[in-house]
Write a protein that binds this ligand. Structure first.
Ligand SMILES: [Zn+2]
Length: 284
């Protein structure tokens, strides 16, 4: 087992248990239940034939640093559909990030709802009006800004006609959409060469909140983010991205009969399970 890779998992375990402790300390029974699931998700790791590790029993929580929530399952269908989409699409692939002003953690939930609505009800509608169709995949994400505030934003990949962005700036469309809802918008976009599309889409579809060690010192931010992202659908797609998505039944996931539970969280790091348990699994 590669020590650098194992160290990365030790960091994930530390953060998962740190987050679980913060949620468990709340008065909220839902958060306390999520804390138990996060801790159990980080407890046992399964080793796959390719040497990768994953939680033996994934909790599926959107903020879980161990299993990454349902992200992998959702990401796979769109990644697997990309080759056919690229073959069929005669135009540009554009990666864009749509932002608004940072907000206090207290206002995060309502702001996420607002930018989701601005993107779907105004930006996409304008895109559809101009092109007749809107081929997009979008991901809602939250990071913590240096001032401690929440930075909600949307990453998106768009399949557009050639040079379309030269004719009408996406910034203008986002600003028009945002102004209707009284928010201060910004957008960064760039064309993506075909060879980079898969890597870019993986980046776009990353976890809606990546918790780091520094955030553990700010329990109020963790609690607000955990509550704000709960029950929200952070990924959605339309047009060609949905048309070419490969459903899960056609893309078998890595879990198979050779997978074995190999590592257990000891409080500070992952250790191989005792020999009695590990021997049934055979060599690494
Ligand atoms: Zn999990």
């Amino acid at each position: 087992m590669n020590q650098v890779y194992l160290n990365a998992w030790n960091t994930r375990g530390t953060i998962a248990y740190g987050v679980a402790e913060i949620l468990a300390g709340s008065e909220n029974p839902t958060l306390q239940a999520r804390a138990r699931r996060l801790a159990s998700c980080g407890h046992l790791l399964r080793a796959h034939p390719d040497g990768k590790l994953s939680p033996a029993y994934a909790c599926g929580d959107a903020i879980c640093p161990c299993c990454g929530g349902r992200r992998e399952r959702i990401t796979c269908q769109y990644i697997n559909g990309l080759p056919k989409l690229l073959a069929a699409h005669d135009g540009d692939i554009v990666s864009a990030c749509f932002t608004v002003q940072n907000v206090t953690a207290h206002n995060l939930r309502s702001e996420l709802g607002r930018i989701n609505a601005v993107f779907t009800n105004h930006f996409l509608r304008a895109l559809k009006y101009r092109l007749g169709t809107a081929s997009y995949i979008k991901k809602l994400e939250v990071t913590q800004a240096v001032d401690g505030k929440a930075h909600p934003h949307i990453h998106a990949m768009l399949a557009l006609p050639h040079r379309w962005t030269d004719n009408y700036s996406m910034l203008t469309m986002w600003q028009d959409a945002g102004r209707m809802r009284d928010i201060v918008p910004d957008v960064y976009s760039r064309g993506v060469p075909p060879a980079e599309v898969i890597r870019e889409l993986r980046y776009i579809l990353k976890q809606p909140l990546r918790i780091n060690r520094r955030m553990l010192n700010d329990p109020s931010f963790i609690l607000a983010a955990a509550t704000s992202l709960y029950g929200i659908r952070t990924t959605s797609a339309g047009g060609a991205f949905r048309q070419f998505a490969v459903s899960r039944s056609q893309s078998p996931v890595a879990h198979g009969p050779h997978d074995r539970v190999r590592l257990e969280w000891t409080g500070t790091e992952y250790q191989p399970l005792p020999a009695a348990l590990a021997s049934e699994a055979g060599p690494w």
